[in-house]
Design a protein around this ligand. Sequence first.
Ligand SMILES: CC(C)(COP(=O)(O)OP(=O)(O)OC[C@H]1O[C@@H](n2cnc3c(N)ncnc32)[C@H](O)[C@@H]1OP(=O)(O)O)[C@@H](O)C(=O)NCCC(=O)NCCS
Length: 232
Amino acid sequence: MSTPTGEAGRAGTKSAIASGEAPAPWRAPSPLEGRFETERLVLRFWEPTDAAGMLAAINVERESFLPWLPWVRTDNRTVEECGAAIERMRGKRERVEPAADDFTIGMFEKSTGLPLGGTGLHRIQHEWHEAEIGYWVRADWRGRGVCTEAVAGLISWAFGERGRGGWGLRRIHIRCSGRNLASQRVPRKLGLREEARLVGERWTEGAGWDDTLVWGVLREEWDVAGQRLRGK
Ligand SMILES: CC(C)(COP(=O)(O)OP(=O)(O)OC[C@H]1O[C@@H](n2cnc3c(N)ncnc32)[C@H](O)[C@@H]1OP(=O)(O)O)[C@@H](O)C(=O)NCCC(=O)NCCS
């Protein structure tokens, strides 16, 4: 593992849970708060009525998601497939046994309701109260800070207090291809700690074996109300 290079790393923080008994495994808040607002965006679960909007957002430039999100080739190609995907997302977040560990969330323009992209809390490690954030933005809205704003909001939502609209998580990480320069800019702009380069971990179509970069942030490093890293 490399030396932390991000701003969070330079802060030299320590985990809040330094010793003692392990906390109970994380479980999704019940009822689930399905909506969070940022300056320009609403983050919320996709609804069945969003199927056509989801398809339109992807179809602006379907090829532009490749090679990073290969599912655009085999899924979400019709309104029916988008509807089925939205139904699968609901099934995953409502799963009880084993406990739900995947929560896909849409990004919508606040003023119009237009679907702008997708994000989510994925691969949740219940024992560690930790989630991975992934993202995509429709091609005609890229380069305007939408993804960075959405991820900052989602980190605040994820670290927010349970019972007060938050998810009560304690650690977030982001992983992306060493070749995906636009994706890397998002955690870099947010000042997250660059924690690892997993050399040759993944296969990237057109490039071959490729590195994975990993960024992380702990709850105590994040200004939940300000939707940014503390001190940034
Ligand atoms: C990655 C993605 C979600 C970013 O969305 P976005 O809303 O454009 O993100 P932001 O505007 O917040 O930031 C993007 C940054 O990347 C930069 N960028 C874009 N393309 C770039 C490239 N080819 N090389 C270097 N930087 C690039 C932008 O200039 C911007 O940085 P800046 O603000 O310093 O100028 C979007 O490009 C996307 O959907 N890509 C396809 C799917 C994908 O790769 N998902 C991530 C998988 S890990």
